[in-house]
Design a protein around this ligand. Structure first.
Ligand code: AMP
Ligand code: ZN
Length: 468
């Protein structure tokens, strides 16, 4: 199995430290708001990678941290005059809810930074003892020039970085590239006791400490969005390798951005949709399918059209599941020569090549097409064939991609019918309004609203709807 390793800038054979165990750490959310659908890409794709490793028989220990103390949380706490811990609690809960809606499997551990303050302090002390950290009046910094490998992940050279660095406002640092390990407490900010006085941890040290605490000093896979390569992951390497004198991570995996009109979706640019809003319009399966159709490392543009197409595309697989289930009871026993092995092999070949999900999805759709032909042409296809169809889809589309739910497959079909019925009602309502029969038109709207289906009249006279 090959994985593109950002550290080596090439695909490498995946050899975990202690097979069949695999340790995997993904940088999780900073809990100051609902997460957006761009963050969701990173969370969903890391879930698919984890699920595929499990498909291969690996025992994955999966850790995703929660950054629950950070400048952004403090800012929001000041703006809303609510304690920072309350902001963090609210959005941590929202994070778990949304992860659940997106059918992302639970992590083995979701460590919180605030619950690891002691581990963080110990790590900073170690760095200080070894001469990699310096304290200036309660602010502790990492001394980048002391760590010879600095820049090896991002490919950046220290002198180039220095030349490009903007004059840093913090005069306490020896070098503008040095970064905070411990931040001295400011008025009104949450803080903890430490050997350097009251303060709070820097962001980068949180991940080094939590990763080591739950997965050990060297881990197999560390993942996150592309924006984290520099400085976050570069700094994690510097801290962990300076402290423990051994390799921090074997394989670094980075996810491309979800863009909107070729611009990164982000909170600061304001061009984002929260995952929970997108989930009001599209199913989790369609969102996961949309992400899976493009290579995880490249950019991907978000669009309603693509999500609608994904929703539609899934019908093909769901219809096949339905047919296979029906045939389980009615099939005859004519032998089928359908080559299931070929599809498993093709699926694995695609996924083994650096998780080539678009290709693997292609294999599943090709399989669906050919299996349907077999059902149509050979109406007496046997029970074993139907079972094998279900098993293939269960192992691939369900267990790895999470884009179908075989046991609840009927529900999706019912939703489709509902969709069609609502569209018929929308048409009737438009006619009624044309004929100025507003009473009946309003009646339709109100009755649908009671069922949680909201109609929305647009300027063009067209009407869209969404479920609450
Ligand atoms: P944050 O809460 O901003 O720290 O981000 C949580 C995770 O989502 C990190 O791994 C980020 O790299 C990732 N991320 C942020 N924005 C995007 C985006 N537009 N597309 C894909 N991943 C993103
Ligand atoms: Zn991190």
């Amino acid at each position: 199995m090959l994985i593109y390793n950002t550290l080596k800038k090439m695909k490498e054979e995946f050899i975990p430290l202690q097979p069949p165990n695999v340790t995997m750490y993904v940088c999780g959310p900073t809990v100051y708001d609902f997460f957006h659908i761009g963050n969701a890409r990173t969370f969903v794709m890391s879930d698919i990678i984890r699920r595929y490793l499990e498909y291969k028989g690996y025992k994955v220990k999966f850790v995703m941290n929660i950054t629950d103390i950070d400048d952004k949380i403090i800012k929001k706490s000041n703006e809303e005059k609510i304690p920072a811990s309350q902001i963090a609690d609210k959005f941590t809960k929202a994070f778990f809810d949304d992860i659940n809606y997106l059918k992302i499997n639970s992590a083995d551990v979701n460590p919180k930074a605030t619950e690891h303050i002691n581990d963080i302090i110990e790590l900073i002390k170690k760095l200080e003892d070894k001469g990699f950290a310096y304290n200036v009046n309660g602010d502790v910094f990492f001394d980048v020039l002391k760590f010879p490998g600095y820049g090896k992940l991002s490919g950046k050279k220290i002198d180039e970085l220095e030349a490009g660095a903007r004059i840093d406002v913090n005069e306490n640092k020896k070098n503008p590239l040095d970064f905070s390990l411990w931040k001295k407490a400011k008025e009104g900010e949450p803080s903890w006791e430490s050997p350097w006085g009251r303060g709070r941890p820097g962001w980068h040290i949180e991940c080094s400490a939590m990763s080591t605490c739950h997965l050990g000093k060297t881990i197999d896979i560390h993942a996150g969005g592309n924006d984290l390569i520099f400085p976050h992951h570069e700094n994690e390497i510097a801290q962990s390798e300076a402290a423990f004198e051994q390799q921090f991570v074997k394989y670094w995996i980075h996810f491309g951005f979800l863009n909107i009109q070729d611009e990164k979706m982000s909170k600061s640019l304001g061009n984002f949709f929260t995952a929970r809003d997108v989930l009001k319009k599209y199913s989790a399966a369609a969102i996961r399918f949309f992400f899976s159709q493009s290579y995880y490392g490249g950019p991907l543009n978000f669009s309603d059209d693509l999500l609608t197409a994904s929703e539609k595309g899934l019908e093909k697989i769901n219809n096949l599941v339905q047919t296979a289930k029906e045939r389980l009871d009615t099939a005859g026993n004519i032998k089928s020569s359908f080559d299931f092995e070929k599809y498993y092999k093709d699926f694995e070949a695609a996924m083994d090549d650096d998780f080539n999900t678009p290709q693997a999805i292609g294999v599943i759709f090709d399989f669906a097409k050919q299996a349907n032909i077999e059902f149509v042409n050979n109406s007496a296809a046997n029970r074993e064939f139907s079972e094998n169809v279900i098993t293939f889809l269960k192992k691939t589309a369900q267990n790895v991609f999470g884009i179908i739910d075989i046991d609840n497959n009927k529900k999706d079909t019912a939703n489709d019918v509902e969709d069609k019925l609502v569209k018929i009602l929308i048409k009737i309502r438009a006619e009624l309004k044309e004929g100025k029969n507003y009473k009946l038109a309003d009646f339709i709207r109100e009755e649908l609203s009671k069922l949680g289906i909201q109609l929305k009249d647009n300027k063009g006279g067209t009407t869209t709807y969404y479920r609450q």
